[in-house]
Design a protein around this ligand. Structure first.
Ligand code: ADP
Ligand code: MG
Length: 338
């Protein structure tokens, strides 16, 4: 049996007046996949989610869920649910009532819905918090209530629009791990929208990188990170050093466009040159916890970043103002197509 994709978008386009928010997006997402849409603000990610949820109608193209064309179906006729960045919890209801809400509007009897709400709270590790009001919870806990509330109606896919965006870094990292565990426990498809590349790479089975309403690259986190196809992806997904035009000829020794990840470069105080190296002067060295980011102005005319996790912070700082040789392996040079 061929399993239908959980979500299939075909040539999906959405315009608002003169703005093309989504521009011909085609995509298959497999059942059970943790799929991320990653891109800068305004690249069309939220609009794609709203088209999948049915809050917007496409200008052209189609949306199918589990083999069924739902392009014109109402939101409540689609087997998906959405978690928004602001959680949208009801402040006057308890946590348990908030979670049970989706069952209430589906006419499930009280005893059953409270029992299922308690179980859902256990899933997000909030058993025992049911009697509190949302205002008595931390941001991370509120986020988990929103997750429980969205999953209790057993959607086949969950759409999450920057759900961790309001949390501070530490909590966000903790919630990333929990989100992944919850997704594994539930076994449902997650479509996760974020502008945070690290978050997308950490969580996802596959990532679609968006720019100007289009998917510019689609692949596993490793493919996206190690083999960015364009200067845009190389730069957006983890800072990269990009060499194009004359600079490519001078530094890489070839015509074309290339990138090298900062952590793939090494640095030493010498003025020797060989293949796969370039001379420059250190502008700054910044300790970033566990490694140093060393900024180098290459004589070829480019400012690059090198991430060094071998030198002590003091040794890295002592490089400021020094003449150095930056080197890399030929296999770490990624060829960009644009
Ligand atoms: P993202 O979520 O990636 O930040 P959006 O999907 O929200 O991007 O927006 C994509 C583009 O569409 C932006 O230029 C945005 O201003 C525009 N847009 C989104 N929704 C509307 C709307 N309801 N009316 C007009 N323009 C919109
Ligand atoms: Mg958005």
């Amino acid at each position: 049996m061929v399993v239908a994709p959980a979500i299939r978008l075909s040539a999906l386009t959405k315009t608002f007046g003169s703005v093309t928010a989504v521009d011909g997006v085609s995509l298959d997402i497999a059942p059970g996949e943790f799929f991320s849409m990653l891109g800068p603000s305004g690249s069309g990610k939220t609009t794609v989610l709203r088209l999948i949820a049915g809050f917007e109608k496409p200008t052209s193209g189609t949306v199918s869920l589990f083999g069924q064309d739902v392009t014109t179906a109402a939101p409540f006729d689609r087997d998906v649910n959405t978690v928004f960045q602001d959680y949208a919890l009801f402040p006057h209801m308890t946590v348990l009532q908030n979670v049970a809400y989706g069952l209430r509007i589906r006419g499930i009897k009280k005893a059953e819905r409270l029992e299922r709400a308690r179980a859902a709270l256990e899933t997000v590790r909030l058993g025992g918090f049911g009697d509190r009001k949302p205002s008595q919870l931390s941001g991370g806990q509120r986020q988990r209530v929103a997750l429980a509330r969205a999953t209790i109606v057993e959607p086949k896919a969950l759409l999450l629009d920057e759900p961790l965006g309001a949390l501070d870094l530490k909590l966000r990292e903790q919630m990333q791990v929990e989100l992944k565990e919850i997704q594994r426990d539930l076994g449902i498809t997650f479509i996760f929208v974020t502008h945070d590349q690290e978050e997308a790479l950490t969580l996802s089975d596959r990532v679609a990188v968006f720019s100007d309403g289009r998917i510019v690259q689609l692949g596993t986190p490793q493919e996206i990170y190690e083999k960015p196809r364009s200067a845009f992806v190389a730069d957006f997904v983890g800072t990269s050093n990009v060499f194009e035009g004359d600079l490519a000829v001078k530094v890489i020794g070839k015509k074309g466009a290339f990138s090298i990840r900062p952590e793939r470069m090494s640095i030493e105080t010498s003025t020797r040159t060989s293949a796969n190296s370039a001379l420059g002067s250190v502008v700054d060295a910044i300790y970033i916890g566990g490694a140093s980011r060393i900024v180098v102005d290459l004589d070829a005319g480019a400012r690059i970043n090198v991430i060094d996790d071998e030198k002590t912070p003091e040794a890295a700082a002592a490089l400021r103002g020094k003449r150095v040789t930056v080197s890399w392996k030929a296999t770490d040079v990624v060829v960009l197509s644009a």
